[in-house]
Design a protein around this ligand. Structure first.
Ligand code: NAD
Length: 500
């Protein structure tokens, strides 16, 4: 189903400054990136493009702030500043959301929600800033031993295009709470809202250089950040192949890395599940954000007795999702973020058709939307779990539904994947709930709900989905070094083995 209303038709806007060392500076090359509004296919913004020299300047600024004013801030004051940033984001939620919707095509009602949630994330980490304790260790009766959790240093935060504001708060919150400074590298497709975050950082009163924003291409600005000798840590969200390149570049100075990569998340429905609840969560879990999220339910496994009924019902609901313009409040899902992304989705739809999977709904472009990178929500049944459609991350609105016969087979199918980010099962059997939750190879498993992504809950991948954890207090660990301090309290002269 498609809906159409006008998107804003403003002339292209210019964001021709980078945010470095608390100032708005032109890119050294003078080059600009064009960003396309994926709902209209028009250029909507021209953004300053950072290259290696600009990244170098940003890292210098971050380094100076780390050793200078930021180091003198008490943890409580750091937390206050993070909370102030959250407050400003809430104040300017509409502006931020509009920028993100223009950049990546998500419905405004989604981006408005994301900005509010991003602020919640910052508030959580603001509160954590003065609760980052080391441990006292009972090493010897005549010694005092303890650990200090110290900032890692300058953090390079490299972000994807699908949820820039959310994912930026996932990184900024814990990194700043732990006393690090940050160079943010937005995705080249979606830099605008993060430049706006730079403006709010400035308004909140952070010292110059604590947060820097350098939009640029991955192979230039991203690669420079990953290889930079004075960056101590890379926190990356994106594709696992990019993570592998970053790991190589980061090896020069043994940077700490954490990677949040893709997923092919299993959603297992047992015959004893509450059918209606499992159904109503399934469709949103598979198609929200036009399928462009790493944690969506892209493989639904259904126990044979209810398989046909469930697959048909999912397809029926999917066919009623309203695909439309991001600024139309009736819209459920918008376009793909880019022409490349739509081409990729369509290639998987072709693969599905050729593989003999049963197309239940979708598979084409929606009517009434002649421009924009739209594709219909698409459901295939009887997909072979070994096929590319079931194994590879589509990152589009394409769902595979498959049957299983028993618990062992469900677990085997779920785990037969290179990814391991999120998994979920639906059952009314408590023993099975715990058994299967324990056996699914994923960093976040849910029972009778799906994808409970929340600032309190550690989140991250197994296997190709990455390593390291974001969210929850575990995220703080990713941004701290443990220093062990031992103080000898003894009065007796230490023995000198060399004196004998
Ligand atoms: P991508 O890996 O192509 O790009 C991500 C970022 O890396 C961009 O900023 C890009 O400019 C930069 N980059 C590219 N090449 C680089 C290089 N050589 N060195 C340094 N940086 C480089 O990913 P994408 O297409 O923007 O995003 C989609 C992917 O992100 C999907 O695989 C998706 O699953 C994943 N993702 C994961 C999560 C998560 O939390 N696990 C969340 C969102 C997206």
């Amino acid at each position: 189903m498609s809906v159409a209303a006008d998107a804003p038709t403003n002339e292209p806007r210019f964001y021709d400054r980078l945010f470095i060392g608390g100032e708005w500076v032109a890119a050294k090359s003078g080059r600009l990136i064009q960003t396309i509004d994926p709902a209209t296919e028009d250029v909507w913004a021209h953004v300053a493009e950072a290259d290696a020299d600009d990244v170098d300047a940003a890292v210098d600024a971050a380094r100076q702030a780390l050793r200078g004013p930021w180091a003198g801030f008490s943890p409580t004051r750091r937390g206050e500043l993070i909370a102030a940033l959250a407050g400003l984001m809430r104040r300017d939620a509409r502006t931020l959301a509009e920028m993100e919707s223009r950049d990546n095509g998500k419905p405004l009602r989604d981006t408005l929600g994301e900005v509010q949630r991003a602020a919640d994330w910052l508030v959580f980490f603001a509160g954590a800033a003065d609760k980052i304790n080391g441990l006292q260790i009972p090493y010897r009766p005549d010694a005092l031993a303890y650990t200090r959790l110290e900032p890692v240093g300058v953090v390079g935060a490299i972000l994807p295009w699908n949820s820039p504001i959310s994912l930026c708060s996932w990184k900024l919150g814990p990194a700043l709470a732990a006393g690090n400074t940050v160079v943010l590298k937005p995705a080249e497709q979606t830099p605008v809202s993060l430049l706006e975050i730079g403006r709010l950082v400035q308004e909140a009163g952070f010292p110059a250089g604590v947060v820097n924003v350098v939009p640029g291409y991955g192979s230039i600005a991203g690669a420079a950040l990953a290889a930079h000798p004075r960056v101590s840590k890379i926190s990356f969200t994106g594709h696992h192949a990019t993570a592998a390149r970053i790991m190589q570049a980061a090896s020069g100075n043994l940077k700490r890395c954490s990677f949040e990569c893709g997923g092919k998340s299993p959603y297992i429905v047992f015959a004893d599940a509450d059918f209606e609840r499992a159904l109503s969560v399934a469709v949103h879990s598979a198609f929200r954000s036009t399928g462009q999220s790493c944690s969506l339910a892209s493989r639904i496994f259904v126990e044979r007795p209810i398989y046909e009924k469930f697959a048909t019902a999912v397809a029926d609901r999917a066919s009623r999702i309203r695909v439309g313009m991001p600024f139309d409040e009736r819209t459920h899902i918008g376009p793909h973020s880019s022409a490349e992304q739509r081409t990729k989705t369509e290639s998987y739809i072709t693969l599905g058709k050729e593989s003999g999977a049963r197309l239940l709904t979708g598979g084409g472009r929606p009517e009434g939307l002649p421009r924009g990178y739209f594709v219909e929500p698409t459901v295939f049944a009887d997909v072979d779990n070994r096929s590319r459609l079931a194994q590879e991350e589509v990152f589009g609105p394409v769902l595979s539904v498959m049957p299983f016969d028993d618990e062992d087979e469900a677990v085997a199918l779920a785990n037969d994947s290179d990814y391991g980010l999120v998994g979920g099962l639906w059952t009314s059997n408590v023993g099975r709930a715990h058994r299967v939750a324990g056996r699914i190879e994923a960093g976040l498993v849910s029972v009778n709900t799906f994808r409970p992504v929340h600032y309190m809950l550690p989140y991250g991948g197994y296997k190709l989905s990455g390593f390291g954890r974001e969210n929850g207090l575990d995220a703080i660990r990713e941004f701290t070094e443990v220093k062990t301090v031992v103080i000898d309290l003894a009065t007796a002269l230490p023995t000198d083995p060399f004196a004998e």
